[in-house]
Design a binder for this molecule. Structure first.
Ligand code: NAD
Ligand code: UGA
Length: 443
């Protein structure tokens, strides 16, 4: 099928590459000339395992092209995906300006019926707004080609985005049109082979399903972080508790890892956006508000541990930091816990020596050159001359470090482990002080 994708970010690029990979013919449109140029030259702007080879194969086969020419995009696809950002507005609500700008563009150029698919994460009622926007532009042009607006939220995780799109747990389609459902079934047929993954519902329920999924996962994390904070005070170990409760299939093992808070471009903004939607609808979302505030507090924990250990004087201390991205297998630093820690440390006059397997360039882009940040080439060199080590991201390369080297390199032989990668007794056996999250120890 002929498909057009507006927005070549994490979602748009991965979705386009996966669709082209099974034989669809995809045109990708972005307003960023730099991004389009990069992709036309075969460079992939994001770090995502498996993406580069997938894009390359489809580009070579002539099934995937990148352009800034919106008219070409609108002409191409019977199906038009909107996969642009929906960042938080000042009040926490999702800013729809990019989504509505694409809707307008499609309406300005369309010359026959189009199915417009909302892939971006958008509040309930957005499909109606997109319909109104398209209808208004068409009326202004004095034409009536007919169009449908579908909600088809995306559930991929960064770092596993290609695999998630190739083998989705579910494909949510929000539409009340049987014809549109048929077209969407045809589009997704290659991903819906062995068992039925497609769940069709009304548009508003589909829009809410996306927020409910992210907020449920964020809730699990904040719940565990709250129990971890309690475990610290009660001398219990959250890792034992996690295993104990995860073994109940009604609870399950996933997304119950306590840590230094959730980050990324989605959970923080989507919890905020649903809070806003609820308040606007006249409902006080007490649980969701707490999910957010527990997370905000959790991101301060690493700093609090360090500050307590050094008796409130971190000036001129050097902190080795392992892990900058908001989670492993990505270079994404949006709302990363490492940023909260670094910024707090800098305020006290401490310096940071950081290493991350993928996010060094992104950190440099965000913070530029500053005296109190040294970006180191290896995790070992980040330890040289440092007072203490903090782990912020659970990259595999941090999981079995040389503890003797850590002890010898650090002036204070202290590890603050924001992802509970190590066993406290093991680390302490090397003569290193250890603070994890909820491991029965507080400073
Ligand atoms: P992104 O910021 O990585 O990419 C958005 C792209 O859209 C950019 O390249 C930007 O230049 C482009 N763009 C902006 N305005 C445009 C326009 N008028 N025409 C064409 N292109 C335009 O965003 P993302 O992370 O891919 O997220 C997109 C949406 O998907 C968001 O609503 C997000 O919440 C949702 N989502 C993201 C993820 C994720 O893991 N990143 C997962 C599921 C859902
Ligand atoms: C999340 C969802 O998992 C995806 O399904 C969704 O499509 C996406 O948001 C989105 O809407 O954009 P992502 O943000 O890529 O995906 O990353 P996750 O793997 O969900 O991790 C989010 C944060 O939670 C990370 O900072 C991670 O460290 C933290 N986390 C995760 C925990 O602290 N504990 C856990 O048990 C799991």
């Amino acid at each position: 099928m002929k498909v057009t994708v507006f927005g070549i970010g994490y979602v748009g690029l991965v979705q386009a590459a996966v669709l082209a990979g099974v034989g669809h013919n995809v045109v990708c449109v972005d307003v960023s000339e730099a991004r389009v140029k990069q992709l036309q030259q075969g460079q992939i702007p994001i770090y995502e395992p498996g993406l580069e080879s997938l894009v390359k194969a489809s580009v070579e086969a002539g099934r995937l092209i990148f352009t800034t020419d919106a008219a070409q995009g609108v002409k191409h696809g019977k199906i038009q995906f909107i996969a642009v950002g929906t960042p938080p507005d000042e009040d926490g609500s999702a800013d729809l300006k990019y989504v509505l700008a694409v809707a307008k563009t499609i309406a300005q150029h369309m010359a026959e019926h189009r199915i417009i698919v909302n892939k971006s994460t958008v509040p309930v009622g957005t499909a109606d707004k997109v319909s109104a926007c398209v209808g208004e532009v068409l009326a202004g042009r004095g034409v009536d080609f007919g169009f449908d607006v579908v909600s088809n939220p995306e559930f991929l995780k960064e770092g596993a985005a290609v695999a998630d799109c190739q083998r989705p747990d579910r494909i949510i389609i929000g539409t009340d049109s049987a014809k549109v459902e048929e077209r969407m079934r045809e589009l997704y047929a290659p991903f819906n082979r062995n068992h039925e993954r497609m769940i069709v519902m009304d548009v508003r329920s589909a829009e809410l399903t996306k927020y409910a999924a992210n907020c449920m996962l964020a809730t699990k994390i904040s719940f565990m972080n709250e129990i971890a904070n309690l475990a610290e005070r009660l001398g219990a170990d959250i890792e034992k508790v996690r295993q104990g409760i995860g073994s109940d299939p009604r609870i399950g093992y996933s997304f119950i890892y306590a840590g230094c808070g959730y980050g990324g471009s989605c959970f923080p903004k989507d919890v905020q956006a649903l809070v806003h939607t609820a308040e606007k609808a006249g409902y006080m979302p007490e649980l969701l508000r707490s999910v957010e505030s527990v997370n905000r507090r959790q991101k301060d924990k690493l700093f609090a541990h360090l500050n307590a250990y050094f008796n409130g004087d971190l000036s001129n201390k050097v902190i080795a930091l392992w892990g900058l991205s908001f989670k492993p297998n990505t270079d994404d630093m949006r709302d990363a816990s490492s940023r909260v820690l670094m910024e707090s440390l800098w305020e006290t006059g401490a310096r940071v020596q950081a290493y991350d397997p993928a996010a060094m360039d992104e950190t440099q882009r965000i913070y530029g050159n500053r005296k109190d940040l040294a970006l180191m080439g290896t995790k070992e060199s980040a330890l040289n001359g440092a007072d203490a080590l903090v782990v912020c991201t659970e990259w595999n390369v941090f999981k079995a470090p040389d503890f003797d080297l850590i002890k010898d390199s650090l002036s204070h032989a202290l590890i603050v482990d924001g992802r509970n990668l190590y066993e406290p007794e093991l680390v302490e056996g090397y003569g290193i002080a250890y603070y994890g999250i909820g491991r029965g120890r507080s400073v």
